[in-house]
Design a protein around this ligand. Sequence first.
Ligand code: C2E
Ligand code: CA
Ligand code: CA
Length: 447
Amino acid sequence: MEPVNAPPYALPADSSAPVDDPLSEGDGNSLIADIAISPQCNIRLFGAGEMVFAEGSSADKAYIIESGYVEIFVGFDDNTVQLNMLGPGDIFGEMGIVDASPRSASARAICPCRCIIVLAAQVAERIESSAPMVRLLISMSLHRNRAYNTYLRNLAHPIGGLPSPAETEKVYTQSQQYQQILADIKLESDLQNAVQNDELSLVYQPLLNLSTRRIIGFESLLRWQCPRRGMVSPQQFIALAEETSLILPMGDWILERSCADLRQFQEYLNGLDQGCRDFFISINISVRQFQQPDFFDRLLACTQRQGVNAQHLKLEVTERIFLDEIGAIHSIDKCRAAGFEVSLDDFGTGYSSLNYLERCEIDCLKIDRSFINKLCSSDRAQILVGSIIDIARKLGLPTVAEGIETQAQMDTLRSLGCDIGQGFLFSHPLPLPEALALLAAEPAIAL
Ligand code: C2E
Ligand code: CA
Ligand code: CA
């Protein structure tokens, strides 16, 4: 184990960074202070002999050398081992900002140095959202590096009983973190086969007009029948598919299948003599899928191939698409102009749902299941749901409540003025033939 606190010997008195420098190493300043600085302040100068950081100190930034040389070493006093001498273009201090571990070596400028600062906050999100394989490669090489540093430090300044690098690695590969990454990689590999081997399917859950209790459309929901794992719910694999881009071929398949099934619904309704003027299928569109530059063209091409009209398809997006706000608003406008309705899914769970309502025109709000869950047990949930419905009504938007499981929840939602409902109370998601049968059997679900 590496020491967690900076050893007092590591920072000579004359080399401590100025306390008013928001980027000074180990100064305890929060990330907020770091982020608040202007981009021009991301440069730090070090004098000859100045310590940049000390072994054991906490790490919240890395450095890229613009000019000068920096020595990386382990140990202290006369008992040090130089690990590396770095010059212009080299990066150092990167290990700690990747996994937030304390510094496993010290760094000292050996002549005046000018360094670009890379903040932990700049990389943390990118690493977390990277594919499991990338996370595995990063974490494994970090770990090996650290074990090697510890080994060298021990040569310079022996402490008995330290494990060898191989033993350290064994402990790491048995850790929960490593096992989780490995499990994700296996899931990814299985998921790759799923797309190729036709293991995906769609199920359909009805949406009801809460006043008439008639089915007005269905939401298509993805399922994966994995030969090794059995039926896997999207909660277990959609996030991974998003991280790895597998969501793109999956998304294309979902669009194609949903449109083809929409045609079947329409033919069936025509056969039942019920007509299908307003009947729709609501399709979940993932962030990555929606952000593809040619998403709209793919969508349009798919509807044309399958012979269905835009007004019979709703696109369900979450507010995460607004991470690229300008792009998202442009794409939503384009879809709406072509006749596709856009619903904001999981409404109320994000940070700034209301913000986006002000900036972007959409067609429908889906109130998240977590609110409906507590509707009858929490006054606060009821106030929030009532307020969301009021806001939506004032904006001229219909509301959908998802996850309705009890009669009491449905009654409350109706009294609050919610327009559309979905949930196990009416029906679980069903394979297409059963969804068709539900339409035929019960045009108005008796509740
Ligand atoms: P979502 O879009 O919010 O879908 C609603 C989820 O709530 C579905 O879970 C549905 O089965 C579940 N649900 C519906 N009524 C009830 C209820 O009364 N009680 C409870 N406890 N649950 C209910 P599912 O099918 O497991 O999907 C989970 C999430 O996975 C979806 O949440 C959506 O974000 C994503 N997803 C599902 N299918 C697709 C898809 O085709 N494409 C994309 N991009 N995402 C999908
Ligand atoms: Ca949805
Ligand atoms: Ca939802």
